[in-house]
Design a protein around this ligand. Structure first.
Ligand SMILES: Cc1cc2nc3c(=O)[nH]c(=O)nc-3n(C[C@H](O)[C@H](O)[C@H](O)COP(=O)(O)OP(=O)(O)OC[C@H]3O[C@@H](n4cnc5c(N)ncnc54)[C@H](O)[C@@H]3O)c2cc1C
Length: 459
């Protein structure tokens, strides 16, 4: 152990190799329920070359390395064990370039997502990846988890935003694939291997993302809906009528809606008691006509019986209030702690029935406990918060088992957005076949034969 630490000090200097006992708390755990752990040491390389020398030294010594971004992950994937090295990418921070001709932005792995959004906006572009942890979550972490977030329905998940990646393999080999072109089919697209692989196949050091035109208008509404079937009908109707300009479609079941507006002490935009609610918006470019188009779409949806009632935002502050309903999750988790939270996906047509089954199963087994459902339904993504009767690991596992069995039965995914890490490892086979998992392991062995990259995660 002393030997590898000495080698790392020779690579990075004493200040960027911190002994286990001196590591600050923020490097010890993420936002999941997984317990904090204290790694053998923390290293903070300042360049791709330094990442390469750290990995090459650790590979030779057979010591595990866990890449860390902003530690906002929700799967325990960035937590390093006491016999492993945590490698924070926080020193690789900054925007390299906004290329207006290519409409791309290039940034280092440790750069917070919000900085890319701001740099793009300054030049009149939209960096469309966005989620609640934008101020802390980084380029590297967002790509390693293939993050989704608020605008997937319109712009896609992280994978769809990336044109180029620079990554370092376990043995220190640097793959600098900083492609800026939309079209590049020159054999395998290796960058895809690193997106969504949770730091198990390589360490991302830089990336090129595509930018979009900055929208000029956002029209937002909360609508009440008669049932789930109408919700899907309304989504398709709005997409058709607005020609793909639907920017969000956030469904809320009544238990979530009621708890969310009570928790934020806001006057609800629509009264309680409707079967379902949705927050939807239209992102477009012509303020002169967009409001009228949006309003007309809503009126037609009401005439068709898809929407029962609607509140349209009249100001930016009202729009923020509407979004507070969806962003109230963190506060709800605090109020109802301990909670189990779920991030699953299922074929969109099945989600309404699946929610009924899930609710019936958990409330039958644990009567009286609040169960709150909501989600980015336009992306087939359902979130679910269940207030646990106690904080034991056994209860949490039992609730997970109930929920993931239903997800499996509907051929869904146990992880829509947050990855597998350690917390969902026991259930991976619910969503991936034995053949798929075996192929993943073959890939892992090919790229990381000594198994030093994020050992013990995913499978
Ligand atoms: C309030 C909040 C809201 C969120 N909302 C969403 C949401 O709407 N949608 C969504 O998809 N996710 C959401 N997330 C979770 C999301 O997974 C993380 O925010 C983000 O993707 C992780 O970024 P990070 O930099 O914090 O990575 P970390 O947590 O530090 O790491 C996550 C994983 O990435 C790996 N990793 C980190 N950096 C690198 C690198 N440079 N190279 C290789 N591997 C690396 C780690 O080893 C680990 O496996 C939310 C989290 C929070 C706290």
């Amino acid at each position: 152990m002393d030997e590898i630490l000495e080698q790392l000090r020779a690579c990075l200097g004493d200040d960027e190799v911190i002994d286990g006992a001196d590591i600050e708390e923020r490097y010890l755990r993420d936002w999941s329920s997984a317990p904090a752990k204290r790694p053998m040491a923390l290293v903070r390389p300042r360049s791709t070359a330094e990442v390469s020398s750290v990995l090459s030294a650790c590979n030779a010594a057979g010591v595990g390395v866990v890449a860390q971004g902003g530690m906002t992950g929700i799967a325990g994937a960035a937590i390093a064990d006491d016999n492993q090295i945590a490698m924070s990418l926080e020193r690789l921070r900054g925007i390299d370039e906004v290329d207006e001709a290519a409409a791309t932005i290039t940034a280092w792995a440790g750069t917070p997502i919000q900085l890319l959004q701001e740099a793009a906006r300054e030049k009149g572009y939209l960096f469309a990846l966005d989620w609640g942890a934008r101020g802390t979550a980084t380029v590297g972490g967002g790509l390693a988890t293939n993050a989704g977030g608020n605008r997937v329905i319109r712009y896609g998940m992280a994978r769809e935003h990336v044109l180029g990646v620079e990554a370092v393999l376990a043995d220190g080999t640097v793959l600098s694939m900083m492609n800026k072109m939309q079209k590049n089919n020159a054999a395998y697209d290796l960058k895809q291997l690193f997106i969504g692989s949770e730091g198990t196949l390589g360490v991302i050091t830089r990336a090129v993302f595509r930018l979009h035109p900055l929208p000029a208008t956002a029209c937002t509404a909360i609508c009440a809906l008669p049932d789930y079937r109408a919700a899907v009908g309304f989504l398709r109707f709005a997409q058709r009528r607005l020609m793909g300009a639907v920017g969000a479609f956030e469904l809320m079941w009544p238990d979530y809606y009621e708890i969310a507006h009570e928790s934020s002490s806001m006057r609800p935009p629509l009264p309680d008691g409707y079967p379902l609610y949705v927050l939807t918006d239209m992102i477009a470019a012509d303020p002169e006509v967009d409001g009228a188009r949006f309003q007309q779409m809503l009126e037609e949806a009401m005439e068709a019986g898809l929407v029962l009632d609607a509140a349209v935002s009249r100001s930016e502050s009202e729009t923020e209030t509407f979004w507070r309903l969806r962003d109230e999750v963190a506060e709800i988790l605090r109020t109802f702690a301990p909670c189990a939270t779920f991030d699953v996906s299922m074929p969109i047509g099945d989600i309404g029935a699946a929610v009924a089954v899930l609710r019936e199963r958990v409330t039958r087994r644990w009567p009286g406990r609040p169960a709150m459902f909501f989600g980015h339904i336009g992306d087939s993504n359902l979130h679910f918060i269940f207030a646990l009767p106690d904080q034991t690991h056994e209860t949490e596992l039992a609730v997970e088992q109930e929920v993931y069995e239903v997800v499996r039965d509907y051929r869904g995914s146990i992880s829509a957005e947050h990855g597998i890490g350690t917390v969902k490892k026991p259930f991976l086979a619910f969503s991936r076949s034995a053949e798929e998992i075996a192929t993943m392991k073959t890939l892992k062995r090919a790229l990381d034969p000594r198994g030093i990259l994020n050992p013990g995660k995913v499978f």
